[in-house]
Design a protein around this ligand. Structure first.
Ligand SMILES: NC(=O)c1ccc[n+]([C@@H]2O[C@H](COP(=O)([O-])OP(=O)(O)OC[C@H]3O[C@@H](n4cnc5c(N)ncnc54)[C@H](OP(=O)(O)O)[C@@H]3O)[C@@H](O)[C@H]2O)c1
Length: 292
């Protein structure tokens, strides 16, 4: 591997991928909006012995993104590209339904941003007849979270788009992988105020993703137990889907983190509520399994 592009490298999973690939000998392009955070990750990468460039770009600004990525690709032809940048938001405390603005903003950022990134790198890979593109979706793309409708829809669309693209590019020399993680300790996950079972660190997630890529898997999903529950969710009776959905009931705490506004109530109540919901839902799932 000579050159790796990571979109969304300034934080969380993207930053962890950068740190973990730093010892691979590849040149890295770290892309994100926040120049200060990108510079911090670049220092960590350099300490691990890798050369890297920082590309400060918004994935929604298509011309600037295309210039940044094609400029980098002309200096360091990209072998592996992570389409990882994303945001999380959803229903706020007291809301029954996520508002329209939130749904559209999240879908736009996560889906249009992903497609802008793809189309900034794909032509060069097609010309070379080689390359590997990794879309970072989510288990929420396999089973929707009622509390984060736009987020789940954006991640579902990414799974669908990536698997369709994989068919189209078959035989072209370009590989496609779609990653569906569960809960990972990152700033994004801290905005999801609800039960987050089997949460792992971003570094552990990065290593799982790297192993999945090295073994050329089309879908890299983890943890196993949540993936096993999420995968058949379209097929199970609605009563099971609702019970699982209630166990993962949450609210989005972006306002609490960013504006310091009043989301503290739901955060404080979350553990007790989560446990009550878990015990109720767990009993329902067991009952459904018994009668199924
Ligand atoms: N954490 C989880 O539990 C979890 C679970 C499943 C899937 N995922 C997915 O994993 C990916 C990474 O998330 P994370 O948890 O690592 O979150 P994070 O720590 O908040 O990092 C998100 C990254 O995306 C970048 N980004 C977002 N919107 C962007 C935009 N418009 N233009 C450029 N960069 C943008 C951010 O850059 P800035 O610094 O510029 O903001 C940041 O580098 C996301 O696609 C997320 O949906 C996360």
């Amino acid at each position: 591997m000579n050159s790796i592009l990571i979109a969304g490298a300034s934080s969380g999973i993207g930053a962890a991928l950068a740190r973990n690939y730093a010892s691979s000998g590849a040149h890295l392009c770290l892309l994100g909006r926040n120049a200060e955070r990108l510079a911090g990750v670049a220092v960590e990468v350099a300490e691990r012995g890798a050369d890297c460039e920082q590309a400060v770009a918004d994935i929604l600004d298509e011309p600037a993104l295309r210039d940044a990525i094609s400029g980098y690709d002309s200096r360091h032809p990209v072998d592996l590209a992570f389409i990882n940048a994303g945001i999380f938001d959803g229903r706020k405390e007291g809301e029954h339904l996520e508002d329209l603005e939130t749904s559209l903003r999240v879908i736009d950022n996560n889906l249009r941003g992903a497609l802008n990134t793809l189309h900034a790198i794909l032509p060069a890979m097609r010309t070379r007849g080689s390359g590997h593109i990794v879309f970072v979706s989510s288990l929420a793309g396999l089973t929707p979270l009622g509390c984060a409708l736009g987020y789940s829809a954006s991640k579902s669309a990414i799974v669908s788009y990536a698997l369709g693209l994989k068919q189209v590019l078959h035989g072209s020399g370009i590989r496609i992988t779609v990653v569906c993680p569960g809960f990972i300790e990152t700033p994004l996950a801290s905005q999801h105020l609800g039960w987050q079972p089997f949460k792992i660190t971003a570094d552990k997630a990065a290593r799982k993703i790297m192993r999945g890529i090295a073994s050329r898997r089309a879908i890299v999903a983890f943890p196993f137990i949540l993936h096993a529950l999420a995968r058949p969710s379209i097929l199970v009776p609605d009563v099971v889907r609702r019970a699982v959905g209630k166990a993962f009931a949450c609210a989005a705490g972006a306002d609490m983190r960013i504006a310091g506004s009043d989301m503290s109530g739901i955060a404080a109540r979350a553990p007790a509520r989560r446990n009550r919901l878990f015990h109720r839902s767990h009993a329902r799932i067991k009952a459904c399994a018994f009668f199924a």
